[in-house]
Design a binder for this molecule. Sequence first.
Ligand SMILES: *Cc1c(COP(=O)(O)O)cnc(C)c1O
Length: 376
Amino acid sequence: MTRPLLMIPGPIELSPAVQAAVDGPPPSHVAPAVIQAFGDGLRRMRTVWGATDDSAPFAVAGSGTLAMDAAVANLVAPGDRALVVHTGYFSARMADMLRRRGAVVDVLAAEPGHAPDAEALTARLEATPADLVFITHVDTSTGVLVDLPGLAAAVRATDALLIVDGVCATGAERTDMAALGADVVLTASQKAIGLPPGLALWVASPRALARRDALTAPVPMFLDWQVWRPILTAYEEGRPSYFATPATPLIRALPVALDEIADVDAVHARHVDAARRLRAAWTALDLRLLPGDGLAAHTLSALWIPEGHDATLPAKVAAHGVIIAGGLLPELRSRYVRVGHMGYSTTRPDHLARTVEAIAHALGRDPRPALDALGG
Ligand SMILES: *Cc1c(COP(=O)(O)O)cnc(C)c1O
């Protein structure tokens, strides 16, 4: 049997070019090719993020959670008022991090599968002003995509900083950091960026950098933006630099992966198309989405497990050669599954077809109507 296809919400299947760039012995962090790739990668992050030239891109060894912790450590002083727009598991993680930092945390929540809208956010910020607002662009636990432009405008009407968790969104959903007026947009290499796991990636606005510079509360050294900025600036300027060893194989592949998603409108359109076709296939299989109408992300599908089946469904799908994920939201964990559809696999109709076929077989259904609905 061929290698199973990885269709979870990260890590994802790699493109051949990214795989080739990652493969091989790890280079030195001061090898000329690594310095070049690091600089190119950081510059291309601004393009993919839609960020201004005076914003600062960061690429640090770690996962998305490290980028979240870094945002909290650099922007929040104990006693600051933080509002978390809560759409699921990762919003809850963000609120927990903020409480650990000593922030006064307010939560604007919605039922699982739903999301607070701009009106609700405006009303909450009027009733309970905040210094910082944290929004999860796509909550990977529920497959919900928030109305980021609407929510960002509501935040912009106040003085609060806006921090966007774009893990599972940035590089696939529309993320125009400058147009949104976002102060931090963070993600991880293994989601829509299309690299293996191992890099925490974020871009900070000049306003966010100024906030860090004004912070007097101590920041753990590895997380400190002030420690990293001269290092990353050096790489952008083509000079070797060292603070803590970069994940050099991933840095070598960073500009390759970002190049593949640099045409952000076309890449977004491709994800929308893949999601639309997969939804038609889910409907043909009688599967229902967890997210409410108009709220489903284009990067993954959270699907209710149908009558007569249970939480063993991912294992049954795996027996047909495709890896999908189980539920993540504690209260509903055993009642739904998650199928990732981001990055390279959205360029591969055969990946989407294999996924639909494996799920149909695992459910004991005829795959043909679903494959017809999926289209070529
Ligand atoms: C995956 C994910 C994270 C955590 O990223 P890790 O790389 O697993 O640490 C955070 N937020 C969202 C929305 C995610 O999808």
